[in-house]
Ligand binder design. Structure first.
Ligand SMILES: Nc1ncnc2c1ncn2[C@@H]1O[C@H](COP(=O)(O)OP(=O)(O)OP(=O)(O)O)[C@@H](O)[C@H]1O
Ligand SMILES: [Mg+2]
Length: 260
């Protein structure tokens, strides 16, 4: 295939496939992201696509990863415990390897998040993961990579992959309404990643949602059409409801403890 083929997703900016590569609009953060991806590959981390620099049009070129990228509403296999375990272990490998890389503190899309422990992927969600036969084979879309605490990634991946959403949520895991089932999967995630507390992961899920809501409104107000689109589509309203749900998971016995 030599023609450029537009890809589903790419809400942030157009993404096209050209042969065995993906072309994406580059940004000021691209050099930092490229050095992270290259460093992780050199360190032997599986599932990180090769970053191949910029093309003649100034777009970044990333190797194509063969497989399936699930989109909402997710297919049932994407909600398996196996997927959660695979993503948790892959995230651990990324975080552990990134600690040893010589990477810049600035130049990322978002400011570093304290306490910096490693470099996070920044957007760990089913739509940024590639699978073959229900097993994880790649993590894509590294644009939101940022130095930060491990929990920055774990909170968001918990929200997306578990999912930490109320019953009947349009993008949630079917039948996962009961908090006990969500906590079971948080425990599974913690065990697979290792060395993290379930309550901390859920606390960071709330922090990530707060950040996502604030970031979406701020970017839209500054003229970012992609973020305005997510607001118009009702995604940010959903995040606001989800944030209340996650706070409820944390303090079901005393909702006033998580006040602002
Ligand atoms: N390296 C890759 N290998 C295989 N598929 C890819 C790759 N990069 C992107 N894609 C496909 O293109 C879609 C959009 O790419 P990407 O996620 O990088 O863009 P985006 O603008 O951040 O999109 P979104 O905001 O929807 O996450 C992905 O969901 C995936 O289906
Ligand atoms: Mg994406």
């Amino acid at each position: 295939m030599s023609e450029a083929e537009p890809l589903v997703g790419g809400h942030t900016a157009p993404v096209v496939r050209v042969g065995d590569t993906v072309r994406r609009v580059a940004g000021p953060w691209t050099p930092a992201v490229a050095s992270l991806m290259t460093g992780l590959r050199r360190a032997g981390v599986a599932g990180v696509p090769a970053h191949l620099g910029l093309d003649d049009d100034g777009r970044e070129v990333v190797a194509w990863v063969d497989g399936e990228v699930p989109v909402y509403p997710l297919p049932s296999w994407a909600w398996s415990d196996q997927v959660l375990l695979d993503v948790a272990r892959a995230t651990r490998a990324v975080h552990d390897a990134a600690v040893g890389l010589d990477l810049p503190r600035t130049g990322w899309r978002r400011p570093a998040v304290e306490p910096v422990e490693t470099v996070c992927h920044g957007d760990l969600a089913p739509y940024n993961a590639v699978f073959q036969d229900g097993r994880l084979v790649g993590l894509i879309d590294w644009d939101y990579a940022v130095p930060g605490p491990r929990l920055w990634d774990l909170g968001y991946l918990a929200y997306r992959f578990i999912s930490l959403t109320p019953p009947g949520h349009r993008d949630g895991r079917p039948g996962s309404g009961p908090p006990a089932e969500q906590w079971r999967r948080v425990a599974l995630l913690c065990e697979a990643y290792g060395g993290v507390e379930a309550v901390e992961v859920v606390r960071w899920a709330a922090l990530r949602l707060e950040d996502l809501i604030a970031y979406s409104y701020a970017e839209a107000a500054a003229g970012n059409a992609a973020l305005q689109y997510t607001i118009d589509q009702g995604h940010v309203r959903l995040y606001e409801g989800d944030l209340e749900w996650v706070r409820g998971l944390l303090h079901a016995d005393d909702p006033t403890r998580w006040g602002r």
